[in-house]
Design a protein around this ligand. Structure first.
Ligand code: BG6
Length: 477
């Protein structure tokens, strides 16, 4: 027996996102969105960083999101498998461009609305609580092309209309909402996170923080609408979390670690506490950033704070004030981090740090004193199918086991956690690399990096393992 217990009604499950899962990129009148322009290979990183000039898919490139794992047509089969594992919750996102294909229509697209009605009905039928993100790396392409995406105030109103439309439609089916997935991604991969593309010589920091302000106001307006329209719902924010360790106990390193953490906390400080923190004001001043705000913004932010803190945790990070030490960065991870000599890493160079999960959860709770929801965690790894058709993913079980145990410890530490939805319970397209080879699932999908494969679903060894975890409410790891 472990020395922790998970609360009754704990929301065990998995998390996926429209942009990496659905495919059917033009079906049901859907408009183009960010990932529809992200190819595989070297060009992907460049595009995600915002170096992108054409807003139409190019001949001869492969765009993995166009078909993804065809969840759009196969969701019933997939949900049946989630139900077999005993899922209590499934985190999904709504593709904004299915509801408003250009982002600016007068009336929403009925085919898009119907798709999510059917999806949520199927979840509810299977006793799985839908947890819905309004924007998971998703901005209709027309808004990127016409307004420069979130750098324009125009998007605030358009997003509010979109949010109100889906709240009205799904108010009886969805009780857990989140506004922007990994809102801090905007600083790291600005095109992926927020549809921001940059011309030559652009003042990127200025544009990013102006866009962040617009997202923060839009998020608060969505919180307001959700509270008014669905009083029994909860709506949260979502942070790409992972505490930053100072490399040494040199105060310079400690300070650097604090600054790096604040780079991310900045967003949640506004969404949860309702105002710009003092350190941000200093940062803007030191960096010549001036944010245009409307008179009513301060009140909007203050009055409409989130109910819970959603976060993803894959690994901790490390930093140093010494430029020489800082050169020793880990591969793969979009949040630049020094290689931590105490930690092993995944095949993609992401450090593996279960204790860091407990530390991160404690720090977030200490800071915000609001319930936490772990809405992503997992190991991206290469899986081999044996000649017998089995996938023995003990490495994944091992990673998850250690992380769930540390989550249990965090709960014992007094941290309030309402659920755990591991990332990619079924293999989906990797956000950062576009690969299918980087798999997180309990369910294998027969598809490769080039788009070949039957899309058949196969249960991995971890499938039965996770089923037991849920059945035992986290006791049987
Ligand atoms: C988070 C995202 O950054 O991490 C997901 O919210 C993403 O969309 C996940 O897929 C894992 O990252 P990757 O690059 O391995 O797919």
């Amino acid at each position: 027996m472990s020395n922790y217990t998970f609360p009754k009604g704990f929301l065990w499950g998995g998390a996926i996102a429209a942009n990496q899962t659905e495919g059917a990129y033009l079906e049901g009148n859907k408009g183009l969105t960010i990932v529809d322009l992200l190819p595989t290979g070297k060009k992907r990183m460049d595009a995600m960083l915002g170096n992108i000039s054409s807003f139409t898919p190019q001949e001869g490139e492969f765009y993995p999101a166009h078909e993804a794992i065809d969840f759009y047509h196969r969701y019933k089969e997939d949900i049946a498998l989630f139900a077999e594992m005993g899922f209590k919750a499934l985190r999904v996102s709504i593709a904004w461009s299915r509801i408003f294909p250009t982002g600016e229509e007068e009336a929403p697209n009925e085919a898009g609305l119907q798709f999510y009605d059917d999806l949520f009905d199927e979840l509810v039928r299977n006793n799985i609580e839908p947890v819905v993100t309004l924007a998971h790396f998703d901005v209709p392409m027309n808004l990127i092309e016409k307004y420069g995406s979130w750098r324009s105030r125009k998007l605030v109103g358009l997003f509010e209309t979109y949010a109100k439309t889906v709240f009205a439609r799904y108010q009886d089916k969805v009780k857990y909402w989140m506004t922007f997935n990994e809102i801090n991604m905007l600083l790291h991969l600005p095109f992926l996170g927020a549809g921001l593309a940059f011309g030559e010589g652009a003042n990127k920091k200025q544009i990013q923080y102006q866009a962040a302000h617009h997202q923060l106001v839009a998020s608060a307006l969505a919180v307001k609408a959700c509270h008014e329209m669905i009083p029994d719902a909860k709506i949260g924010c979502m942070l790409a979390a992972g505490t930053v360790y100072p490399y040494t106990c040199n105060p310079e390193d400690i300070f650097q670690g604090m600054e790096k953490d604040r780079e991310s906390y900045f967003f949640i400080d506004v969404q949860s506490r309702g105002e710009y923190p003092g350190y941000a004001k200093r940062f803007f001043k030191d960096n010549d950033i001036s944010i245009e705000m409307e008179d009513e913004d301060a009140a909007i932010l203050k009055e409409h704070t989130v109910d819970y803190i959603g976060f993803s945790y894959y690994s901790s990070r490390a930093t140093s004030a010494d430029p020489e030490v800082n050169k020793n960065v880990t591969g793969g991870n979009v949040f630049a981090s020094i290689r931590n000599p105490y930690l092993a890493a995944s095949e993609w160079g992401w450090p593996i740090d279960p204790k860091g999960f407990r530390i991160t959860a404690n720090q977030l709770y200490d800071r915000y004193q609001k319930p936490l929801f772990v809405v992503e965690n997992g190991l991206g790894a290469v899986d081999e199918v044996t000649p017998e058709g089995e996938i023995n993913d003990d490495y994944r079980i091992d990673y998850l086991k250690q992380h769930i145990a540390e989550m249990g410890e965090a709960i014992e530490d007094g941290v309030e956690i309402i659920g755990y939805t591991s990332w990619g319970p079924i293999d989906i397209v990797s956000a950062s690399s576009g690969e299918m080879k980087k798999r997180y699932g309990y369910i294998y999908v027969d598809r490769d990096n080039e788009g070949n494969g039957s899309l058949t679903r196969i249960k991995k060894k971890s499938f039965g393992w996770y089923k037991n975890v849920i059945k035992s409410n986290g006791q049987d790891l």
